[in-house]
Design a protein around this ligand. Structure first.
Ligand SMILES: Cc1cc2nc3c(=O)[nH]c(=O)nc-3n(C[C@H](O)[C@H](O)[C@H](O)COP(=O)(O)OP(=O)(O)OC[C@H]3O[C@@H](n4cnc5c(N)ncnc54)[C@H](O)[C@@H]3O)c2cc1C
Length: 263
């Protein structure tokens, strides 16, 4: 039996108050949390639904950036004219997540807070040098993802929005698991006046940058510039879907495809 109270707070202040109970849990799209409850891997005493809070669902331009509210669904990011105009690669990435049912329920906030090692959004957040806003502070992408299913979020902290600087030259390439559609390896490449960033998801326990590729692409933004860079297998995921050796190979292939697509 489930033994929790379902809460539908109307404001962020109410959410903060309810999260004072350390056994309370936020629910966004429920795509990950509900299966976790079904398998009895989590037993919250209160389930706090972020759905009724309109302020968390906005997509807006903020100067040279785009702000996406935590409760924005993947399908809405994919269809957003604002995102398509400012960061087309981000809109395209959101359209690659799961299947239509997942994209119409899953949210950017839930995906990022969950930090599944094979999720797509962490690669976009890191490559685009985004920052994560919470009810307490703003956290830079490079400090946010701290390990497998782990982030810098503290107990009681609510992810409210993600701020993506506008980047015209960017692309995401994903080698997907044909069953779940999660990334076996996904590489997001972004080139901005500040430099080139390459973020890899699916290959390791958590998203990571590839500094060697970033340096090579900063000198010459061509697929050839990185073709000889060998990715070390140490610490990469190895499971029934792909060995560490295969994932290491895929990182280079996906990165070259992403650079090619940018051109
Ligand atoms: C069949 C299937 C296929 C999928 N394929 C992909 C894929 O290809 N690529 C991909 O990237 N993802 C994939 N996903 C994941 C999916 O896209 C969701 O993003 C993910 O499940 C979490 O988002 P959610 O909104 O459902 O969060 P929930 O399941 O509601 O929450 C997840 C966790 O985040 C916490 N949380 C939620 N919102 C906040 C917040 N605002 N602040 C702080 N904590 C919060 C919750 O408490 C919970 O611990 C797939 C999921 C399924 C079921």
């Amino acid at each position: 039996m489930y033994e929790f109270e379902y809460q539908k707070p109307a404001s962020l202040d109410d959410v903060t108050r309810l999260l004072g109970d350390e056994d309370a849990k936020l629910v966004a799209g429920g795509m990950t949390l509900i299966p976790t409850l079904k398998m009895r891997l989590a037993k919250p005493t209160q389930l706090i639904d972020l759905g009724p809070i309109p302020a968390l669902k906005r997509i807006s331009e903020d100067g040279d950036a785009v702000m996406i509210g935590a409760m924005t669904r993947h399908a809405d990011v994919n269809r957003s004219d604002v995102v398509k105009r400012a960061i087309p690669a981000l809109a395209a990435m959101a359209g690659m997540i799961g299947d239509p049912a997942v994209r119409n329920r899953g949210t950017i906030g839930g995906s990022i807070a969950n930090n599944d090692p094979a999720a797509d959004y962490p690669a976009a957040v890191v490559a685009l040098n985004a920052s994560v806003r919470t009810n307490k502070r703003e956290i830079a992408a490079d400090q946010f993802f701290t390990g497998m299913f782990e982030t810098a979020l503290q107990p009681g902290e609510i992810l409210t929005a993600v701020r993506f600087p506008k980047v015209a030259q960017a692309n995401y390439q994903k080698f997907r698991n044909p069953a779940s559609r999660y990334a076996i390896v996904g590489v997001f490449v972004a080139k901005s006046p500040a430099g080139v960033r390459v973020a890899v998801t699916g290959a390791g326990p958590s998203v990571f940058r590839q500094p060697e590729m970033e340096a090579a692409l900063s000198k010459s933004f061509t697929p050839d510039a990185i073709k000889d860079i060998q990715i070390k297998q140490d610490g990469l995921n190895s499971d029934i879907h792909a060995s560490a050796e295969y994932r290491a190979h895929l990182v280079n292939v996906m990165a070259r495809r992403a650079v090619q697509a940018c051109a």
